[in-house]
Design a protein around this ligand. Sequence first.
Ligand code: XMP
Length: 310
Amino acid sequence: MDYQAFVDEQVAEIGEAVGDGTAINALSGGVDSSVVTVLGHRAIGEQLRTFFIDNALMREGEPERVVQAFADMGIPVELVDARAEFLGALKGLTDPEEKRQAITDTFYCGVFARLVRQTGARFLLHGTILTDIEETVAGIKRQHNILAQVGIDPEEAYGYAVLEPLKTLRKDGVREVARVLGLPEEMSERMPFPGPALATRIVGEVNEDRLATVRAATAIVEEELAGTDAFQYMAVLLNDRATGIREGKREFGEIIVLRCIHSVDAREATPVRLPWEKLESICERITQMPGVNRCLYDLTPKPPATIEYV
Ligand code: XMP
């Protein structure tokens, strides 16, 4: 495939669709939304308003890091603090699909609808990729960004048209486009991170305390595994507890799962055979976290497991 031609085509199409109107897009910092942001800015420049929505579910320092990286490329990104709104919507929810639905609704009906009204935008640029569509249509999972594919007309439901320039590509194709666009390597090669963010790595209720736990575990895992060639690695907080001993006292503590997988395009995955010493050092650091007394390594391929837990 000629990725330069793909870029030219998409830039032209976005320009044509938006005309002299205004478009908005949400940037998470992942390769998909980063590529869409750069394509959009190439196509329509300042007619595209790019927002980073802090949904309280991001990793340590992520909002500031992403805004700065785009500022360095000359693309202004507006930071929106929607933490309370997302946490409110997730309160008390434990069912995975209900959690995803709450995030979708807060994103599209709440925060985004408001931004659309404020900016007068009639177009939303979205980084949906082919894998998201396939898995949603197959009923495996309701990805938070799929609307038209599941019979929702965004124009009718939310008042704007959605443009999805990456919907024919898989992750490997998106990375090729990122390279063609000259994105910095930490963006084009960045590990996938799901739109619903850390909420996909908390089994059970998502709240501030549980987010703090999974966020701290994520920082440890990402630091320890940064040098590996794995497709994706993560920490997951289970909705269960186990007995342990700390400082001579019995403790009914949290359980963190470490997951590290090889994959080409996220459709299938196999666990990485990490060196035993690496597993031990991660386990040691994770179980030094207050209230966490077990760390498990997930050996399950996809299928039958998915990559994320929620
Ligand atoms: P699963 O868990 O379905 O994940 O095996 C496949 C790949 O997709 C990512 N993922 C998502 N990405 N929105 C996204 O943008 C989502 O709702 C979502 N759910 C999963 C996941 O991290 C993996 O790379």
